[in-house]
Design a protein around this ligand. Structure first.
Ligand code: B12
Length: 378
């Protein structure tokens, strides 16, 4: 077998033929049916259990739905860089949770089979070609997964020792130490926005990597997130916020997006910069976001997306916001764009930025209704 580097896998995926719009649309229209077919086949056939040595039905129940949504995002516009960047991570992560690599080969073959049966031939063919590519690259992806070096691990930030100490305190559920590490950094003159970016963000990345490597449990990861949330609430309450003279901002995570800390950080950083912020948190339905935006008429709307399978609803929400609030500037960001930067340009937003600090600088350049002499209410 010829081993591929991660970049070679990306390059190789780019040679796949484009999926026609009509085929991607047909795939989207039968998504639920495909999920049901694959889930039932895996659950009902005991042969799979014997083959892979575990009950596939025990795999977290959303995994097939997530796969279908990810593929829908990949097929819409033939975003093969997203596919090639996700596969080694997926193989590595599932393997670390005890799932044999062979399971993924079997599952992908079942998807291919279901697509061939459910879709008309002309729509199925370009999509099954993508699954053929995944199946043909299985061994190479396994090799990459074995030595997977997650791109998020590369930047430890300016306080690597404090990040390690904080990580140890989080895993030990030592609230007191977590609080004192944060307070000490604040006392050394570091403001909350920098503390969020340079201490909390890297420590959450480390927590994710430990989960991804199977070194901590889901419960340990939840514990760390819960402690950070409690401590951040305390730090938030002890800030002295400036007057809100920058304008109104609406900050939200996208629908089905359970990762909310990035949006929370952004809301906080904007507030500390004088924005009057409405923060909606995680998993906000598009209709609720639109209603809120229409009521509040914000100058700035920021949407956070972490998971690739949440891009489509986020894109739809942005399109609706552009239509109904043409004067608002729309910003997107979140982890998915750091993993695959080309996705930013597909969102229809005014900008896609990679950190809360950059977002504050960008927002500062927007016209200010309070101080700009030439500002006109639209
Ligand atoms: C905590 C956590 C969870 C919690 C979230 C709880 C909560 N209340 O937020 C829970 C348990 C719900 C969860 C669920 C899942 N998670 Co999770 N999770 C994490 C973890 C460990 C930390 C997330 C976090 O808070 N990071 C800190 C924040 C601040 O970082 P951030 O969001 O990236 O924000 C920064 C920038 O992106 C930017 N930013 C963010 N938003 C915006 C918006 C704008 C406009 C701008 C300009 C900038 C910006 O600013 C921030 C810094 O300045 C990460 C690991 C990691 N690397 O982050 C995994 C991680 C994100 N999760 C992951 C996965 C796989 C999942 C699940 C699919 C797991 C599962 N099997 O069910 C589900 C998906 C659920 C869903 N539908 O959304 C993977 C994603 C991998 C990938 N390739 O996409 C990660 C990376 C773990 C890993 N290393 O594998 N998760």
């Amino acid at each position: 077998m010829h081993c591929l580097s991660f970049d070679e896998l990306l390059e190789d995926s780019a040679s796949l033929p484009a999926v026609p719009k009509a085929a991607a649309h047909a795939h989207w229209s039968v998504l639920q049916r495909l999920v049901l077919e694959v889930t039932e086949r895996l659950a009902s056939d005991r042969g799979y259990e014997q083959l892979v040595g575990f009950r596939p039905a025990d795999l977290f129940p959303d995994s097939h739905y997530y796969h279908a949504l990810l593929m829908a995002e990949v097929l819409d516009g033939s975003k093969y860089d997203l596919l090639a960047s996700t596969l080694p991570w997926l193989y590595h992560t599932l393997r670390s949770q005890g799932v044999p690599y062979d399971y993924l080969r079997i599952e992908h073959a079942l998807w291919k089979d279901a697509i061939g049966r459910v879709l008309e031939r002309e729509h199925a063919r370009p999509i099954t070609a993508v699954y053929d590519w995944m199946l043909a690259r299985h061994e190479q992806i396994v090799a990459l997964a074995e030595h997977w070096n997650d791109p998020s691990a590369r930047d430890p930030g300016p306080y690597p020792d404090r990040v390690q100490a904080l990580l140890a305190a989080l895993l030990a559920a030592d609230h007191k130490s977590v609080m004192s590490i944060c307070r000490d950094l604040e006392a050394s003159g570091v403001g909350l926005p920098e503390l969020l970016q340079q201490l909390i963000y890297p420590v959450m990345t480390q927590v994710g990597l430990l989960w991804e490597d199977g070194k901590i449990s889901v419960a340990d990861e939840h514990q760390s997130t819960a402690i950070v949330n409690r401590v951040l609430a305390a730090l938030y309450c002890s800030q002295s916020f400036p007057e809100t003279d920058r304008g109104r901002a609406l900050v939200s995570a996208s629908v089905n997006e359970f990762h909310e800390m990035g949006a929370w950080m952004l809301a906080t950083c904007l507030e500390l910069d004088g924005w009057d912020v409405t923060y909606l948190g995680a998993n906000v339905p598009t209709s609720a976001l639109l209603l809120k935006a229409e009521q509040e008429q914000p100058e700035l709307i920021a949407i956070s997306v972490t998971m690739p399978f949440n891009l489509r609803p986020a894109r739809n929400a942005i399109a609706a916001l552009c239509k109904r609030l043409p004067q608002a500037r729309i910003l997107v960001g979140g982890q998915v764009f750091q993993r695959v930067p080309s996705l930013g340009a597909t969102m229809g937003a005014d900008a896609c930025l990679s950190s809360c600090l950059e977002a504050v600088t960008w927002a500062n350049r927007l016209p200010n209704r309070h101080t700009d002499a030439l500002y006109r209410d639209p």
